[in-house]
Design a protein around this ligand. Structure first.
Ligand SMILES: CC(C)(COP(=O)(O)OP(=O)(O)OC[C@H]1O[C@@H](n2cnc3c(N)ncnc32)[C@H](O)[C@@H]1OP(=O)(O)O)[C@@H](O)C(=O)NCCC(=O)NCCS
Length: 143
């Protein structure tokens, strides 16, 4: 079941975050972002267990994907795809025209997911990431 993320989900979300990103967000960043009216966070929950989550930032006509991650135990089961579908519904309701994201240049699973949804590479930020240092690819989906 996909539903909005709540602060009570953050224990489980932070566990997945640690296993999914080498330099993920701090819990306090999630708490602040969850409270922002410009952000929407979703979780996929099965039998009281959070299996994946995603978050976006909404601006007039534009949105940015902040995060999408799935518990390593539940990957390749369509969870990220279900989260993306739900996010795209939100974007449609909000009349968003362009959806942006940044991804590590070596992150093949994520790049493949985004390409499947029609994102194309529209830029590159050299040495944008740390731990390890790596370029960010900017990807865009016109809606
Ligand atoms: C990227 C990620 C969210 C995908 O989650 P997932 O639930 O396993 O993805 P899905 O099962 O919905 O797969 C959807 C598509 O993603 C791509 N994909 C997912 N895992 C992949 C892998 N290991 N290798 C290649 N492509 C992959 C495929 O295109 C797949 O479609 P297909 O199954 O028809 O081939 C997950 O690997 C993850 O949490 N990674 C760590 C966090 C991260 O890097 N997030 C992105 C930050 S920019």
């Amino acid at each position: 079941m996909i539903r909005p993320m709540t602060p009570e989900d953050l224990d489980q979300v932070m566990e997945i975050e640690k296993r999914s990103y080498t330099s993920g967000w701090a819990r306090a960043t999630y708490e602040k972002s969850l409270a922002s009216p410009s952000c929407r966070y979703l979780v996929e929950e099965e039998e009281n267990r959070i299996c994946g989550y995603a978050g976006i930032y909404l601006a007039p006509e534009e949105a940015e994907l902040f995060t999408i991650a799935c518990d390593p135990k539940y990957r390749r089961k369509g969870i990220a795809s279900r989260l993306m579908d739900a996010l795209l519904h939100i974007l449609k309701d909000e009349n968003i025209r362009a959806f942006f994201l940044e991804v590590r240049s070596s992150n093949e699973p994520a790049k493949s997911l985004y390409k499947k949804y029609g994102f194309t590479q529209t830029g590159i930020r050299k040495q944008y990431y740390r731990d390890p240092e790596e370029d960010a690819l900017l990807m865009t989906l016109e809606l």
